[in-house]
Design a binder for this molecule. Sequence first.
Ligand SMILES: CC(C)(COP(=O)(O)OP(=O)(O)OC[C@H]1O[C@@H](n2cnc3c(N)ncnc32)[C@H](O)[C@@H]1OP(=O)(O)O)[C@@H](O)C(=O)NCCC(=O)NCCS
Length: 172
Amino acid sequence: MTAYTEALPSTPTELVLRRAEETDLPELRRLDHEIFGQFAYPAFLLRQLFDLYQRHFLVLDDGSGRLHGYVLAGTDTLSRDCWILGLCVTRDRRGRGLGRDLMREVLLLLEDDGIGVVRLTVEPANSAAVLLYRSLGFVCEEPDGGLRPDYFGPGQDRLVMRLDLTPPSRRR
Ligand SMILES: CC(C)(COP(=O)(O)OP(=O)(O)OC[C@H]1O[C@@H](n2cnc3c(N)ncnc32)[C@H](O)[C@@H]1OP(=O)(O)O)[C@@H](O)C(=O)NCCC(=O)NCCS
């Protein structure tokens, strides 16, 4: 386990929040398909995202080899910008604060690593995710209240949301 391991006792089976490992890839593919269906990452891309961004790829593990959620952030360390590339919690574990825990943990890591701006896209109708992001301080990035028509292709509108982080050097 890494230094980011954290027990989450409020769940039916205790989950551990930890960094993703290479051996998680088959289970991550299964989880991604379960939650995102046709929008799941192709296996080759998930692999390469893992290779690029393992440091900011966190999972919820029940200890039996089954994963119940993940968050993935893709960073550009030159510009100090970052995009959240994936967040999910399995249906049976939602509404227990796990999505918030995943986001909080990855935001702490990003802040410690000197990332200044975090962006993400979300379907405008996905009110659970929008409310979660707003509660963490994300705001819609102008213009047009964050709405980007056809962002992922025809009919695939998305909201772009943004959070500014405080670099370690400017923290009190
Ligand atoms: C979005 C998602 C990750 C939230 O995970 P979760 O563990 O259920 O969320 P949490 O329990 O941590 O809830 C945190 C906050 O999110 C909001 N929220 C979560 N579920 C909600 C719902 N069904 N309705 C309204 N708000 C909701 C609330 O603001 C909540 O705070 P509160 O409990 O103080 O009211 C989960 O619903 C999911 O995996 N959805 C499918 C994948 C997805 O949409 N990912 C985001 C893509 S951008």
